[in-house]
Design a protein around this ligand. Structure first.
Ligand code: MG
Length: 344
């Protein structure tokens, strides 16, 4: 049987953020990536987004752009499956064009974790967000002086609404001793998890990587507060490795960066893993895919790491503006064609 040829189009973007975004890799003013559109002979259209995160993996938008040019406008299934494994975000984008999960009728809404700024502005911001209805708050640590940040932890706990919880994200900024100090401090406090207390630089050698893995497992075993992996899951095969190692903590999953989202989630579901679906600062096109997968997730529910919008200067690229609960109908209503048209 001849394989079905479909029309593949893509648009590259360089989108300014509404304001500077502080990340683990510095302050960013814009986001780069590609939207892809695949149309079949019957006129059915699928959407995908490739937005590798600089500093997380070696994948680049230039490499994805070149691979798409090489594929050309008319493609068959085999060609899409033959892309190199290093282009994980592009492979994930092309998978999304072909297998968008239907949005199930339930749940009606999913909780969203609010983002707190690093440093001394966090307590006042937490209070405002609590008044807006948020119950889970994510705070970036490992940014300023450790003693100052440890002092702020109690102030934040004191301002939590009833039932409120904190998530701390160190983005790998700590050494073992400092991580231990924080985890001792978190033990008696309403902290859901401490994310990525330590990490290795991308491209680090196998020995360094194994040392960091052992340290994370050791910390997870020694303290009652769960740990979460984020940076540790960025590379091809990382999720598989941590599942095989019996990781007891959370998986903060930037699913938009993964080559085979459906298979990755099936593996995590079989392992009964605790998964937090998280934004990679993608547009609504990539986010719509991830949110649909979050809706179909069969495991425990944890507040989504999608408290990022409004994010872009052009609202047509944003997802639903950060609210304590993201409603099913808001996800269903996301207009992906409008995002595509905004790049014309
Ligand atoms: Mg993180």
């Amino acid at each position: 049987m001849p394989s079905v040829r479909r029309r593949l189009q893509f648009r590259r973007y360089r989108l300014p953020f509404r304001g500077p975004v502080r990340t683990a890799h510095g302050v960013w003013t814009h986001r780069e990536g590609l939207l892809v559109r695949l149309e079949d002979a019957a006129g059915g259209v699928g959407w995908g987004e490739c937005a590798p995160l600089p500093g997380w993996t070696a994948e680049t938008v230039d490499a994805a752009d070149a691979a798409l040019r090489e594929l050309g406008e008319w493609v068959d299934e085999d060609a899409l499956d033959r892309l190199p494994s290093g282009l994980a975000a592009l492979r994930g984008a092309l998978a999304a064009t072909r297998e968008t999960p239907a949005l199930p009728p339930e749940p009606a809404a999913l909780g969203v974790a609010a983002l707190l700024p690093a440093g001394a502005e966090a307590p006042a911001r937490l209070q405002a967000l609590a008044e807006a209805g948020f119950r889970v708050f994510k705070w970036k640590v490992g940014v300023g002086d450790a003693a100052d940040e440890l002092g702020l932890l109690d102030e934040l706990c004191g301002r939590l609404p009833p039932g409120g919880r904190l998530r701390l994200d160190a983005n790998g900024a700590w050494e073992r001793r400092l991580a231990e100090r924080w985890l001792e401090r978190c033990a008696e406090r309403p902290v859901d998890f401490v994310e990525q207390p330590v990490a290795v630089a991308p491209g680090a050698g196998e020995r360094e990587r194994r040392r960091a893995d052992d340290l994370l497992q050791g910390l997870a075993a020694a303290f009652p507060t769960p740990l979460a992996l984020d940076e540790s899951l960025a590379g091809d095969g990382d999720v598989e490795r941590w599942v095989a190692a019996g990781w007891p903590g959370f998986f903060v999953l930037k699913l938009a960066l993964h080559a085979a989202p459906a298979a990755t989630l099936a593996l995590l579901a079989r392992a009964r893993a605790r998964v937090v679906f998280s934004s990679a600062l993608e547009t609504r096109v990539g986010a719509a895919q991830v949110l649909r997968r979050a809706w179909t997730w069969s495991g425990e529910r944890h507040a989504l790491g999608f408290g990022v919008w409004p994010l872009f200067a052009d609202r047509a690229l944003d997802g639903p503006v950060a609210v304590p609960f993201l409603r099913r109908e808001d996800v269903a209503a996301l207009d992906l064609e409008a995002a595509w048209n905004a790049l014309a």
